[in-house]
Design a binder for this molecule. Structure first.
Ligand code: SAH
Ligand code: SF4
Ligand code: F3S
Length: 439
């Protein structure tokens, strides 16, 4: 299977892990002479890297395929592929549904791409049920200052609403040596911020010999020389150990930011979601983090309108966002997913309008909490890593983030992308802070 001009375009629709997969696919394809292009019109090999976390994300993939299908029917010589979590979930159904698609490959098949491309004939569906060991390939990373580094993949938690355990399989950790090797390479390439990725980073190492834990991995990476920051995501509330909190507190390069999805602020709903904690336990961990680590932020995810959630139970969520002082939260209306236990509770589904209203209320609460959180940092001077430069009314405005992940804007004539700058924070808005550079 080969395209004529060997120009590759990948549309990436999912989470950071999905984006990291795109970089891996790009790297592998480069071994076959494929050049990644930014404009899909210029490519003759098109891949959509899909996400199935919600129906909305799945639909985005289908509409992209529709556009590409039209081009192909119009006579263009294109190869069209589907990768990612929808591919893993829907398998050959996708070949049936989209007659113009040439290739479907799953999340466990990325390292097999060379073989698939070399030997494959006709229309191909390559889906494995289990992961194969990773191979060494050059990864072509996006050329900015932030790099993603998966340390583990998969999930054993089986929250009742979630498709990830079915699309990513069971938890698998990469070896400490492999991670350190890739990490050092990323630092050599000049990246300034490296985010360690895993569906549940706190489970790191449980499947490895000697059981190196996440705190150990973090402290080893923190020792590596260079000017960079380390981030990590996602944490499961009750799996965060005191040792991890200590390591973040004492680490020189580890950023003070925890993403700990709470999902709901009501114990009954949490139980129905198969989350292994209650509100009290969640609060305990958040408070411990906030008491121990200076300038830390804790962010979360929430789902509005989980099957059977009452208005009162939903209000518990709104209350917790304020009580816990969560710094920022992602929100979503519940979306039934195939094969998940919650997806079968059809008689308990909340109607679309109610879900929409709850989502709006949730977003209002998040906005308020985000503003309150930003205000707490006004008056402080903290380090910003510059990520963007804009010209506004003849002035250079820099945008970057604090170690705790808050976005900051400030004016500067001399600094540029990739610089670490101390900024005095003067003003808060809902989503960011404004400040001035300190010598
Ligand atoms: N591994 C991470 C995040 C996984 S998915 C964790 O455990 O938190 C990211 C977020 O998507 C979840 O935190 C959840 O809030 C949301 N999500 C997952 N499935 C969903 C569904 N069926 N409907 C709505 N939101 C969902
Ligand atoms: Fe999904 Fe739950 Fe696993 Fe997160 S912990 S990926 S929400 S099953
Ligand atoms: Fe990520 Fe979406 Fe898959 S959130 S793991 S790409 S279902």
């Amino acid at each position: 299977m080969e395209s004529k001009n060997k120009k590759l375009y990948i549309e990436t629709l999912g989470c950071q892990m999905n984006k990291s997969d795109t970089e891996r696919i790009t790297g592998i394809m480069s071994h076959f002479g494929y050049e990644a292009v930014e404009n899909e019109e210029d490519a003759d090999f098109l891949i959509v890297n899909t996400c199935s976390i919600r129906q909305l994300s799945e639909d985005k993939a289908y509409s992209k395929l529709g556009v590409w299908g039209k081009r192909k029917k119009g006579g263009e010589d294109l190869i069209i592929g589907i990768a990612g979590c929808v591919a893993q979930q829907e398998k050959e159904n996708l070949l049936k549904k989209f007659p113009y698609v040439d290739l479907v490959f799953g999340t466990h098949n990325i390292y097999e791409l060379p073989k698939i491309l070399k030997e494959g004939e006709g229309r191909i569906c390559a889906i494995r049920n289990e992961a194969i060991p990773e191979e060494e390939f050059n990864i072509i990373r996006n050329k900015n200052i932030n790099a993603w580094l998966p340390i583990m993949e998969g999930c054993n938690n089986f929250c009742t609403y979630c498709v990830v355990p079915y699309t990513r399989g069971r938890e698998r950790s990469r070896s400490v040596e492999n991670i350190i090797k890739e990490f050092k390479k990323i630092v050599r390439e000049g990246f300034k911020e490296i985010t360690l990725l895993g569906q549940n980073v706190d489970s790191y190492g449980k499947d490895l010999e000697g059981k190196p834990d996440f705190a150990y991995l973090l402290s080893e990476l923190d020792k590596i020389d260079g000017d960079f920051r380390i981030r990590f995501t996602t944490s499961y509330p009750t799996d965060i150990t005191d040792k991890v909190i200590e390591t973040v507190k004492n680490g020189k390069k580890i950023c003070e930011c925890f993403h700990i999805p709470m999902q709901s602020g009501n114990d009954r709903v949490l139980k129905m979601m198969n989350r292994r904690y209650n509100v009290e336990e969640y609060a305990k961990i958040v408070n411990k983090i906030k008491e121990n680590i200076e300038n830390v932020t804790v962010t979360s995810d929430f789902i509005a309108g989980f099957p059977s959630e009452t208005e009162e139970e939903f209000q518990d969520t709104i209350k917790q966002i304020e009580i816990l002082g969560l710094d920022y939260s992602n929100t979503a209306a519940y979306s039934p997913r195939p094969n998940t236990p919650a997806g079968k509770l059809t008689d308990k589904f909340i109607d679309e309008n109610t879900k929409k209203t709850r989502l709006q209320k949730l977003n209002e609460a998040v906005k308020k909490a985000s503003f309150n959180s930003n205000e707490k940092f006004v008056g402080k001077t903290l380090e910003v890593l510059v990520e963007k430069v804009k010209e506004e009314n003849g002035e250079r405005i820099l945008e970057g983030r604090l170690r705790n992940n808050k976005v900051v804007h400030f004016k500067s004539k001399k600094h540029d992308i990739g610089d670490f700058v101390n900024v005095k924070l003067n003003k808060a808005s809902i989503w960011c802070l404004f400040g001035e550079e300190k010598e």
